[in-house]
Write a protein that binds this ligand. Structure first.
Ligand code: ZN
Length: 196
């Protein structure tokens, strides 16, 4: 698939959309708004033209649970094109292979720059780490606040949407690690959010 993205073409389309909404583009600062919207949308959906980040690993024994918390993200919901944002926490039990510390953040950034739903986003982060590290167990949890339900529809500003995804390499791993991963995440979450 080849990707062609033209800022000029996108700017023309945004101009048409705004005019269709009866917005007079000659008033105030609106003249250059279609161009700014075009550049913003190219940036916010940039992962459509990027390669998935490579996740390198290194060997290390005797690590039990590894957790990376509070990975903040911004994304756009694929139902309304409105933002949702929140935090991701990745925890895994390595099988002697560790992934670099910055890699979960890169994956979160990559997968959040598509039109997205939070469930798939969470699952894709899990799958990418699973593929790279071949771990014993992995637990990814995302928390999200969605402007499409806060600004419109039910207009509920308070609620937070939580998605959990887990994977274990076998039944014994599930029995051993499920509760420990959950507890470990819960403790870290409480520690991070009560210290704010
Ligand atoms: Zn939505």
């Amino acid at each position: 698939m080849t990707f062609r993205r033209s800022t000029e073409r996108l700017e023309r389309h945004f101009k048409q959309v705004l005019e269709e909404l009866n917005i007079d583009l000659q008033v105030g600062e609106l003249k250059n708004t279609p161009a700014r919207m075009a550049r913003s949308w190219l940036e916010l959906t940039r992962s459509y033209v990027l390669q998935e980040p490579k996740v390198m690993t290194f060997k290390m024994e005797n690590v039990q649970i590894l957790g990376i918390h509070s990975l903040h993200y911004f994304s756009l919901c694929e139902h309304h094109g409105l933002p949702f944002e929140g935090e991701v926490c990745v925890m895994y039990v390595p099988n002697e292979k560790l992934i670099g510390l910055s890699k979960p953040a890169r994956l979160v950034s990559y997968y959040s720059h598509f039109l997205m739903i939070q469930e798939r986003f969470t699952h894709q982060v899990l799958e990418a780490i699973k593929k790279a590290a071949d771990p014993v167990a992995i637990y990814v949890i995302s928390r999200g606040r969605h402007l499409c339900s806060a600004m419109r529809g039910v207009e509920s500003r308070e609620h937070e949407y939580v998605v959990e995804d887990m994977w274990f390499n076998n039944v014994a791993s599930k029995e051993t690690w499920e509760q420990r991963l959950r507890n470990s995440e819960k403790l870290s979450h409480e520690r991070v959010y009560t210290s704010y």
